[in-house]
Design a protein around this ligand. Structure first.
Ligand SMILES: Cc1cc2nc3c(=O)[nH]c(=O)nc-3n(C[C@H](O)[C@H](O)[C@H](O)COP(=O)(O)OP(=O)(O)OC[C@H]3O[C@@H](n4cnc5c(N)ncnc54)[C@H](O)[C@@H]3O)c2cc1C
Length: 280
């Protein structure tokens, strides 16, 4: 059912008790053309775009827990493209472009709020770093503004500019902001299922069947399944899955954790991050 003002009003007559589930819980079929392992934002997004842009019909996403229960539902929700390296700049910016139209594309409010991000500089070295990054962003066509101390103080009047970590300036990306992280998984899941993708939760991939050097099936906690192509999108478990397929990835996974405060009534209308203090 499309989320719209009309359907909101219509469903109010039945006290909102008859909304369809956003996605169902289908049984694992014996065979798929494509299986994506990992039901985070990337896995669900991959399935959605494969179905939408490439017309692939018979796709499943297998998730060992619940969708969005990995990194996707546990991050600090910042969306930005003001990273340094030329090689990845276009990729990050493409992602921000996608975010700008994502709620209407998926018919799901991902609560993307482009409130601007200030990356603070606390030392001469920090100033040199943000200046280098700002110019690198300009050259890649990414919005960036290098602000001095006075400009930051004017834009964020209640910030203490002269504390233990004095603020000398900031790199501002106005198009950056935050989103509701789990809504990304839910939105992609709902839109992918509308295109025929099976989303199967509580289904862990335990083994990969290979014949003549090609993947032909998967062993899962819900039984075995035949498949033509597999996309491994399990984030920190990538090397575990690669190992099942018989190859070694040149990467190691490391834990990343965020300590998140109680929500407080917003006093800032923007995002502020400081690498030196390591606080957002
Ligand atoms: C603390 C923290 C803060 C972050 N802050 C930000 C931020 O502010 N901005 C930003 O852009 N990024 C941030 N990130 C990074 C971002 O969250 C991740 O890059 C992104 O969510 C990864 O999505 P994913 O779909 O690749 O992985 P995940 O969401 O982790 O999904 C992978 C899924 O694979 C499943 N899986 C694993 N093994 C198997 C298996 N054998 N069988 C079936 N399923 C399996 C897992 O259960 C998991 O659900 C942060 C990450 C962390 C941890």
């Amino acid at each position: 059912m499309k989320y719209s003002f009309y359907n909101l009003v219509r469903n109010s007559f039945s006290y909102h008790e008859n909304w369809e589930k956003a996605w169902s819980s289908p049984e694992l079929k014996p065979e798929y053309d494509v299986i994506i392992v990992g039901g985070g934002g990337h896995g669900l997004g991959t399935a959605y775009y494969l179905a939408k842009e490439f017309g692939v019909k018979n796709i499943a996403v297998l998730e060992k827990g619940w969708i969005g229960g990995g990194n996707t539902g546990r991050n600090t929700t910042i969306i930005r493209s003001n990273y340094l390296w030329d090689e990845s700049a276009a990729l990050y910016n493409h992602a921000v472009n996608l975010w700008e139209g994502l709620s209407s594309e998926l018919n799901f409010n991902v609560m993307f709020s482009q409130r601007g991000l200030f990356h603070l500089a606390h030392s001469v070295h920090d100033m040199q770093e943000i200046t280098r990054r700002g110019y690198s962003n300009y050259l890649n066509g990414i919005d960036a503004e290098i602000l001095n101390q006075e400009q930051v103080a004017k834009k964020i009047p209640h910030m203490n500019m002269h504390g233990r970590y004095p603020v000398l300036g900031a790199l501002l990306q106005r198009r950056a902001g935050t989103a509701r992280h789990d809504a990304v998984a839910w939105g992609y899941a709902r839109a992918a299922e509308n295109l025929g993708v099976d989303i199967i939760q509580n289904c862990e991939v335990k083994g990969i069947d290979i014949s003549n050097g090609k993947v032909v099936g998967l062993q899962t906690t819900k039984g075995s399944v035949k498949v033509d192509k597999v996309g491994l999108v399990p984030a920190g478990h990538s090397s575990v899955l690669a190992d099942m397929a018989g190859f070694t990835l040149p990467i190691n996974s490391v834990p990343l954790q965020a300590l998140v405060s109680e929500p407080i009534k917003p006093i800032l209308d923007c995002v502020i991050m400081s690498n030196s203090v390591h606080v957002y």
